[in-house]
Ligand binder design. Structure first.
Ligand code: HEC
Ligand code: HEC
Length: 290
């Protein structure tokens, strides 16, 4: 009788003896596979807690038999990166172009660093990608005021131009008009001669008078033929490329007021390897390096 009472008539399954309004609760056992996984999980958790860092304590945590630590792993990875960077930085300081170009890792390092540093420090003046704006030279072309070799570019970046450093590049384009070195009429003649030098239409007679004045006043820096000199940072006046501009009005302003563009010295703001990376970037990536 009591057996009958505990077995559900329809399914033949044992019941829990609980009954609500004639509805009985079947006592179905958990499947064996589920119970198996359940015990394995408990064993795994105990094993894990013993082997790996797991239980927080007042001062720290249980380290586990394996002594694994994510923090140590990350610190190791960072140290590795720093070491790699230091090696590249050190290699870059003394390297010339061929050494950089022949070492793929150094090449990647110099290019990435140079590009980022140029964006942060140089584009404000030299324009996007160093394409230049009035008064700030284009660093992509073959025209160099002070020189386009690796060493000359490095020197310009290190010590600047008319900058506050003892070794900075110096030269002065005098204010021939403002400082009354020449008469306004003479400056007009010189403007015509400069127009002629650069292949633009000019007043012939004025230009001839200008040629004499040019020989007397300007050739020490801009050279006898007007092609300029890197020693004096004096631009070539015979090409069609201008630091300021080549129209009569701007040329007159250049002669009347003088020009003295300032480029800061970077040796006190950037590290040696950063200057090296920038030099490489200007010389090779922007192009036009000699
Ligand atoms: C404050 C403005 C300014 C900033 C910033 C600046 N430059 Fe210059 N740079 C100049 C000027 C102006 C000249 C031209 C100087 C002259 O008239 O001779 C120049 C000239 C140069 C030259 C020589 C070009 C030649 O034809 O010989 C190089 C190379 C150069 N800059 C590189 C850089 C690099 C690299 C940076 C960033 C680290 C930089 N400059 C940041 C203003 C700047
Ligand atoms: C002591 C050297 C020196 C002498 C002398 C000199 N210049 Fe210059 N000149 C320069 C320099 C340096 C620059 C560029 C200044 C700068 O980079 O900001 C320049 C720039 C110029 C420019 C602007 C060029 C451009 O690309 O926009 C003109 C034009 C010019 N000079 C004409 C003359 C004339 C004409 C004379 C003679 C009356 C003269 N210079 C004498 C050094 C000199």
């Amino acid at each position: 009788m009591s057996d009958n009472k505990n077995i559900d008539q329809h399914t033949g399954t044992e019941t829990t003896d609980h009954e609500w309004d004639g509805v009985k609760e079947l006592n179905t056992p958990m499947p064996k596979w589920w119970i198996g996984i359940f015990y394995i999980s408990i064993l795994w958790a105990v094993g894990y807690a013993v082997a790996m860092p797991a239980i927080p304590l007042l001062n720290g945590y249980t380290k586990g038999l394996f002594g694994w630590s994510d923090r140590v792993k990350v610190a190791e990875a960072i140290d590795e990166m720093h070491a790699e960077r230091a090696v590249n930085a050190q290699a870059l300081i003394g390297a010339g172009i061929t050494q950089i170009e022949n070492n793929p890792e150094l090449l990647r390092f110099a290019t990435e660093q140079g590009k980022a540093l140029f964006g942060d420090n140089c584009e404000t003046c030299h324009g996007k990608r160093g394409l230049g704006v009035v008064g700030y030279p284009n660093l992509n072309d073959d025209i160099w005021i002070w020189g386009g070799s690796f060493d000359e570019i490095k020197y310009s970046i290190n010590y600047g131009i008319r900058a506050a450093h003892d070794d900075t590049r110096l030269s002065t384009m005098m204010a021939y008009g403002r400082d009354e070195i020449l008469e306004p009429k003479q400056i007009d003649d010189l403007v015509q001669y400069v127009l002629q030098l650069s292949g633009q239409t000019s007043d012939g007679a004025a230009s001839m008078r200008g040629a004499t004045l040019f020989a007397e006043n300007c050739t020490s820096c801009h050279a006898v033929d007007g092609t300029g000199s890197r020693e004096n940072g004096a631009p070539n006046l015979t090409d069609a490329e201008w630091l300021y501009a080549g129209d009569a009005k701007t040329v007159r302003a250049s002669i009347f007021d003088g020009r003295n563009g300032v480029m800061p010295n970077w040796n006190e703001r950037l590290r040696e390897e950063q200057i090296a990376a920038l030099t490489f970037y200007v010389h090779s990536d922007l192009g036009g390096g000699e």
